[in-house]
Design a protein around this ligand. Sequence first.
Ligand SMILES: CC(C)(COP(=O)(O)OP(=O)(O)OC[C@H]1O[C@@H](n2cnc3c(N)ncnc32)[C@H](O)[C@@H]1OP(=O)(O)O)[C@@H](O)C(=O)NCCC(=O)NCCS
Length: 183
Amino acid sequence: VVIADGYDVRPLTADDAPALAAAYRRNREHLAPWDPVHPEDFFTEEGQEALVDAQLARADQDLMDAWVLWYGEQVVGRINLNNIIRGVLQSASLGYWVDHEHVGAGLASGLVRHATARADEIGLHRLEAGTLVHNIASQRVLEHCGFELYGTAPQFLYIAGAWQDHHLYQRIINDHPAGAPVA
Ligand SMILES: CC(C)(COP(=O)(O)OP(=O)(O)OC[C@H]1O[C@@H](n2cnc3c(N)ncnc32)[C@H](O)[C@@H]1OP(=O)(O)O)[C@@H](O)C(=O)NCCC(=O)NCCS
């Protein structure tokens, strides 16, 4: 799916590990304040191969939906629908980032819009996202994409080595009955 001139969002595949490792190495400082602390092998091809395998296995079980943003041969972002829960919740949590050389061009907003369309396609009712309270750029993205702030959770996630407060956002995707057949 082309979200801007030259930028293509594609499903995660087993072949993506080398480009992902390179992207995480290029963006190590950019992402560090917003991410869990990663072990060193996170930044290697082998480490990414193992993570991609685990993520694809979760996708097979309808527990996640993983997408990669490509600019030519380079990975320049990701968006994941994490922790998909069916039953009466029909919800998932968004996680996303954009390469430091490509921020400020509306790409994250494009990724979130893509994930919203995708959530509808796979029969989810709701998406949620949590941002650090000082992550103004991410809050802007969510507001642009129709998400609303519904609360602030103290010590919500262990990010950059500490339990940190998060603003919680959600968007209702559709009102299909829970348990309706999924496409
Ligand atoms: C947050 C992030 C995904 C935004 O990506 P992006 O492609 O630049 O996002 P967009 O261009 O779609 O929108 C960014 C918005 O934030 C605004 N913004 C950016 N930095 C800002 C800042 N420091 N203060 C206030 N607003 C800011 C931009 O102006 C833009 O809003 P506008 O369209 O109203 O002008 C990117 O910076 C990133 O990857 N950060 C690190 C990882 C991260 O925070 N992920 C999200 C975790 S919840």
